[in-house]
Design a protein around this ligand. Structure first.
Ligand code: CO
Ligand code: ZN
Length: 347
């Protein structure tokens, strides 16, 4: 879990992934034969297949987990030194009020997203939902000082430590999708024999439209693709039983459909079979409010069978994202067993 903690706490929003990219590159170098970085910043780790004599060239399997997290870009510093910002990725403004942030200027500085105290809110203001354009960051400095450190275009991340609850549960920022990156790295560590070429890609800019996966699938040209990402665990108060997409502790989630991808049926059946044969706890997932890098892989060139393997996560896109350690473990098991057996799959 130390690696997951490090992955979650390292800053890197879409387009500004340098710091997280460095951490991931070092990890992928330990578990693959070759690591490349493309011009958009995707980190591509290649693990070559064992040769089977008399067999045709091995298939190329791409697994993709995105390294970017949601955050902000500084847009304006007002005359009092308050910072205005543009969102990079999909935020619910309600989750931003009263949060601590780190502004990555010429150096990292702390700040808070301030809000008017309840004591002085008018009746009208109390009823209103916040809008991102009305929010501001207070770094506790006057304009003159702030401007020496921060300028428009600098990126901002939310500040939250990784924490374990009750031994089995973890809560952190950016589990979307550092949990997926962690699963990818851990799965590569465990593989013994593998008869496909594995392209393990930590993608950039997923949160703004899977841009890293688009270009990396173009260069990798996979025969099959699996995205590793988080999915909504909606087992919380206020959700009807039949509307729960996945639940925490219910196992790794094989996606059947999301708003970008209808998962390849043969691939889904193959994953189910591997889970059942190896007694890996899994659930299936249908989610119509979002997509993953699988959508980019599936549309590559003349088409690629693809699906997503997800880690159920509560409170996605907030600083209190929450995962179950056993779901993470089951995701690692299923993906590494899949990779060891992928040469047998007909998809
Ligand atoms: Co996301
Ligand atoms: Zn994600």
């Amino acid at each position: 879990m130390n690696l997951l903690k490090k992955l979650c706490e390292t800053p890197g929003i879409a387009g500004y992934e340098e710091r997280i990219q460095k951490v991931i590159k070092e990890e992928l170098e330990k578990v693959t034969d070759e690591v490349k970085i493309d011009k958009l910043g995707n980190v591509i780790g290649i693990k070559k297949a064992k040769k089977l004599s008399g067999k045709p060239a091995p298939k190329k399997v791409m697994i993709a987990a995105h390294m970017d997290e949601i955050g902000f870009m500084v847009s304006f510093i007002d005359k009092e030194g308050f910072i205005r910002f543009a969102p990079v990725g999909g935020f619910d403004p309600k989750t931003l009020i009263a949060q601590r942030v780190v502004v990555h200027g010429t150096k990292d500085i702390g700040g808070v997203i301030g809000t008017k105290p309840i004591h002085i809110l008018s009746e009208e203001e109390r009823k209103k939902l916040p809008k991102i354009k009305d929010l501001f960051i207070d770094v506790g400095m006057k304009k003159e000082k702030v401007s020496k450190i921060v300028r428009p275009g600098d990126f901002v991340t939310l500040d939250r430590n990784f924490m374990e609850l009750d031994n089995k549960i973890i809560t952190a920022k950016a589990l979307d999708d550092r949990a997926g990156v962690y699963v990818m790295i851990e799965a590569l560590k465990r593989i013994k024999d593998c008869y496909v070429d594995i392209y393990a890609v930590a993608t950039v800019q997923e949160e703004v439209g899977c841009r890293g996966a688009i270009v990396s699938s173009f260069s990798v040209e996979p025969d099959v693709g699996i995205a590793l990402d988080v999915t909504i665990a909606s087992d919380i108060p206020g959700t009807k039983e039949e509307e729960v997409a996945t639940s925490l502790g219910g196992g790794t989630a094989i996606s059947l459909m999301d708003s970008h991808t209808i998962s390849n049926k043969k691939l889904v059946d193959f994953l189910r079979k591997i889970a059942e044969e190896n007694k890996i706890k899994y659930q299936t997932d249908i989610l119509l409010g979002g997509g993953t890098d699988a959508g980019a892989m599936q549309r590559n060139k003349s088409g690629v069978p693809a699906c997503t393997l997800s880690i159920p996560t509560r409170y996605i896109h907030s600083v209190v994202e929450m995962c179950h350690k056993e779901d993470i473990e089951n995701s690692i098991k299923l993906i590494y067993k899949f990779l060891e057996n992928a040469h047998k799959g007909e998809f």
